[in-house]
Write a protein that binds this ligand. Sequence first.
Ligand code: GDP
Ligand code: MN
Length: 432
Amino acid sequence: MASPTAAQAWKLLRDLAFRPPLLAARSQAVQLTPRRWLNLQEYQSKKLMSDNGVKVQRFFVADTANDALEAAKRLNAKEIVLKAQILAGGRGKGVFSSGLKGGVHLTKDPKVVGQLAKQMIGYNLATKQTPKEGVKVNKVMVAEALDISRETYLAILMDRSCNGPVLVGSPQGGVDIEEVAASNPELIFKEQIDIIEGIKESQAQRMAENLGFLGPLKNQAADQIKKLYNLFLKIDATQVEVNPFGETPEGQVVCFDAKINFDDNAEFRQKDIFAMDDKSENEPIENEAARYDLKYIGLDGNIACFVNGAGLAMATCDIIFLNGGKPANFLDLGGGVKESQVYQAFKLLTADPKVEAILVNIFGGIVNCAIIANGITKACRELELKVPLVVRLEGTNVHEAQNILTNSGLPITSAVDLEDAAKKAVASVAKK
Ligand code: GDP
Ligand code: MN
């Protein structure tokens, strides 16, 4: 990332994508998928929680059906819950590519755990929150099932509009919280927390009460809420979401599910946590981009945007939208560009089947436009570019760059400014 402003802008882009929908009026224009922030699997989040005094069920993790069976036997529990581990929520109502319905299963028989795990591991699980084809399941969690008498919702998030952490809760948990927020907004409770003062006892108690915990359960829930908040701070989380935050008939408050997101600016002081990131659910294209020091964010349109700097990325995105198009992604070159990076960038962009046109929008401040132009022509020739390419270059050495493009004999459309570039890119897609 070239400058602090660019870093902030990327963060803003990601904020748009990652702020829980409950609180965020999602931007019409930018619909990003949650990828660039570290997400941990449920079992990893629950380990952090139990290490910090938060109540979760006993569990094992398995990556083969046989290990799942063994784990189920070892648990020696009255009932077992088997849960597919993917980063997306809504697993309970998901469907596997094996045909199995439900990413969360309860059974009393360890043998059934083995049979079910066989239909989970290695298959894709599609839920409301995954792409259509689903996400491959590599691991399952085998946990002691507990009876649930009531399911509530609890989350702690870093919220821009509150300038800090906020507790969000609802007595109507378990279900899709966005639906509750839409149909019964009065059932969503919030407590803004002063990050310097920390969570107040009265706030934890009030939330526990709003969630409907009665008698001794109220203190227990408040205690869990405080512990969750302290964990949130300690691990530099941006979000801790527990749904259901449940109650058992035996009078226990238990976190039945867990989703934690982390602030990746804190990576330097959260090394152990970031080491847990297995990247297996990242888009391969993202990992590939990172290898060449390129930043990639996938979107759902068809115009690839090849830019330098996050501010320009956002402007490019906006102007494409304004002209009736949709960006397929951003690929940010950053500051110190090499010709080989430009080549790799094109290789990545053209490998994406969604991409029907490429818009290059580079401002040569530190970057030398001639280097970009050479990279572009080389890439076009070697990759035999099949999609329309619109190029807008401005800044250092722009005339030399334009000569390189014009003299290349390649079908490259030049644009004089941002607006012109966006119009031409949108038109090139519309023609098809
Ligand atoms: P999600 O669908 O991805 O959010 O996965 P959850 O972990 O939230 O599980 C889905 C649902 O399964 C929960 O809302 C519960 O109703 C149910 N569930 C999960 N664990 C248990 C358990 O230990 N006991 C019981 N009785 N139900 C459970
Ligand atoms: Mn859940």
